[in-house]
Design a protein around this ligand. Sequence first.
Ligand SMILES: Nc1nc2c(ncn2[C@@H]2O[C@H](COP(=O)(O)OP(=O)(O)OP(=O)(O)O)[C@@H](O)[C@H]2O)c(=O)[nH]1
Ligand SMILES: [Mg+2]
Length: 149
Amino acid sequence: MGRILLIGGIGAGKTSIKQMLMNEQVSYQKTQMLDFSHVFIDCPGEYLEIPRFYHVLIDASHQVSEIWALQDATKERSFYPPKFSKVFRKPVIGIITKVDLPKANIKRASSFLNYAGIEEPFYTTSVMNKDGVAPLRMRLRELNELYND
Ligand SMILES: Nc1nc2c(ncn2[C@@H]2O[C@H](COP(=O)(O)OP(=O)(O)OP(=O)(O)O)[C@@H](O)[C@H]2O)c(=O)[nH]1
Ligand SMILES: [Mg+2]
């Protein structure tokens, strides 16, 4: 199963990245509950921001082959507890979003992902100007070939 779990705070850009990679129109819609598709499991940012929901993320991780952990480049804080990535028994890939915005700070976002125990290199993306989308598409394709679906 080459499925991916998207995690990150509220508004980090999980649903937007999913829409873009699925070639859907990128339009804002708050995620209210776990959302399963063939390729992605998308979830509300609350599941990362509110610790009593962590177990939902951990349960969902059993149904995927890897986890994409998003960090909004414009945010001055992060919701990842130290070494959070280590609670998953799947690879965790770091993705820095919204790099098109003037307030984006890739260095700060990288340090938040490092703090969460995620190893570099990180993907940097923008759904506005399609920055960094090609490498993610490539990763998706490789996962699908690996898991043959
Ligand atoms: N400028 C810019 N805005 C972005 C980018 N990615 C997402 N956004 C905007 O950020 C807002 C939140 O994006 P979502 O994709 O809904 O975020 P989410 O992580 O799914 O949020 P929840 O469902 O609430 O957890 C939307 O208004 C998006 O248009 C980006 O790369 N650049
Ligand atoms: Mg969403």
